[in-house]
Design a protein around this ligand. Structure first.
Ligand code: GLU
Length: 448
């Protein structure tokens, strides 16, 4: 094991979709690439919005994608650690009590904006006298707690964005503890990252400003090792809009129902927005081998549903029989490895295999356009056993007897045998269809 330790830290307040699962994948690939550890941390301090249902859903989705974790933590079980941080920051005078209501804060921000100033918290609470505080508390107001930021420059070398600078004085002092004593994500996340020895925080660029604040909090808590931060761009749709409006249809649960393979999602998300071409891999190990965080770009990442469907078809074509046998059986497909290998390159989703299963073993509507040609072809059917050379032997004989060549030879035979003018190679299908069914279909019968 190397010293690399990363985490995926979802709040169980909703479902995973292609956008918010991307950091899970990037962290997981990074951990595996560097033989480090991957922690799943549930950020469930927001008790009103968090639910066990969402937590279970997230865990199930991650397992389905193959993103298993080496360590697990949930913030609701670490409250004593946050209480300790409270005592330390309080003793060091980095926390101060505040009493403004949301409405009062909103009014301040409006006033600042109308004067053309940035809406930064004015630290009015820092200037309250003992008596003023006592008077607020006398009114029944419980304080919540802000962290006093240092005015200096906060800088880090982002592993994706390059050098970043923030002026502490341009940021609002963040609230770290609510009036009921519970910590906010901003604090809990730092305590956990330090306690659990996280080495790299890889997350969306919506957290860049949080990072400036969290670096100061980590220092105030006496963190010894610096954390490397990497902020990846967020996904946008094909038209350049934020993806958020259509996320329901892009939830992992929905994509799974629609027959999208987990490896299609992983393959696409591992490569979009990187300097490398798209791939369709059947194995995570291949994605790990090709993963390099330095190849993740800074530009917004376009997510294209059509691209996901294309990758899905390519992943199906790569999947070995052993990986799908169980799922084929559950669709009533008793097909063997030969069947799967014959059809897998012709599927948009796995459920399309059923139609080809009917072609080789069930009822179809054969299309016999020229009964004379079909009769001649039937006469020339070789005896069984058949193999993947039979198609060639047979069609050569049919060509010699009828003079038909190319499309005029192959198309009517394909139509008669499969009912369709396109599909898997006939060389592979013919032995699976077998002689009796072939003869019946050439005679125009819907035969089993
Ligand atoms: N719970 C936070 C979120 O879901 C985690 C952000 C982070 O990675 O620190 O946005």
């Amino acid at each position: 094991m190397s010293s690399v330790a990363v985490r995926f830290a979802p709040s169980p307040t909703g479902r995973l979709h292609v956008g918010n699962v991307r950091p899970a994948l990037l962290n997981w690939l990074f951990a595996r690439r560097h033989r480090g550890t991957f922690l799943l941390r549930l950020d469930d301090t927001d008790v009103e919005r968090s639910s066990e249902d969402f937590a279970r859903g997230i865990e199930e989705n991650l397992c389905w994608l193959g993103l298993t974790w080496d360590r697990f933590a949930r913030q609701s079980e670490r409250m004593d650690r946050y209480a300790e941080a409270f005592r330390r920051l309080r003793a060091d005078e980095r926390l101060y009590p505040c009493y403004e209501t949301d409405a009062e804060l909103a009014a301040k921000r409006r006033a600042q904006r109308s004067r053309g100033r940035p809406p930064i918290y004015d630290r009015a609470a820092l200037k309250l006298s003992e008596a003023e505080r006592a008077s607020f508390e006398g009114e029944g107001r419980q304080p919540y707690w802000r962290f006093r930021l240092d005015a200096g420059d906060v800088a880090w070398d982002d592993a994706i964005r390059g050098p970043q600078h923030f002026e502490g004085g341009n940021l609002s002092d963040p609230v770290l503890f609510r009036a009921d004593g519970r910590p906010t994500y901003t604090l809990a996340s730092v305590v956990d990252d330090v306690d659990l020895a996280i080495t790299h925080v890889i997350r969306g660029e919506d957290h860049v400003a949080n990072t400036a604040v969290q670096i100061q909090i980590a220092m105030a808590l006496g963190a010894e090792r610096p954390i490397t931060y990497a902020h990846h761009p967020l996904l946008i749709d094909a038209g350049g809009e934020a993806l958020s409006k259509r996320l329901g249809s892009l939830s992992l649960a929905t994509l799974r129902e629609q027959g999208i393979e987990p490896m299609a999602i992983a393959s696409l998300l591992a490569r979009i927005g990187t300097a490398d071409p798209l791939v369709a891999r059947a194995d995570m190990a291949d994605l790990v081998a090709g993963f390099d965080l330095a190849r993740v770009g800074r530009a917004p990442v376009r997510f294209d549903r059509h691209e996901l469907e294309q990758v899905n078809a390519r992943v199906l074509a790569e999947l070995p029989f052993a990986r799908v046998a169980e799922r084929l059986r559950s669709q009533g497909i008793a097909g063997s490895e030969e069947f799967w290998n014959a059809v897998r390159a012709n599927l948009a989703t796995l459920s399309d295999a059923k139609a080809w299963w009917d072609v080789v073993s069930g009822d179809i509507a054969p299309v016999a356009e020229d009964p004379g040609f079909a009769a001649a072809a039937t006469m020339l059917l070789p005896p069984e056993p058949w193999n993947d050379a039979t198609w060639s032997t047979w069609t050569k004989a049919v060509s010699a007897a009828t003079g038909a060549k190319g499309k005029a030879l192959f198309r009517p035979l394909r139509l008669a045998l499969t009912g369709l003018d396109h599909g898997p190679e006939m060389r592979a299908l013919l032995p699976l269809i077998g002689r009796a069914r072939t003869a019946a279909r050439l005679a125009g019968k819907t035969a089993r």
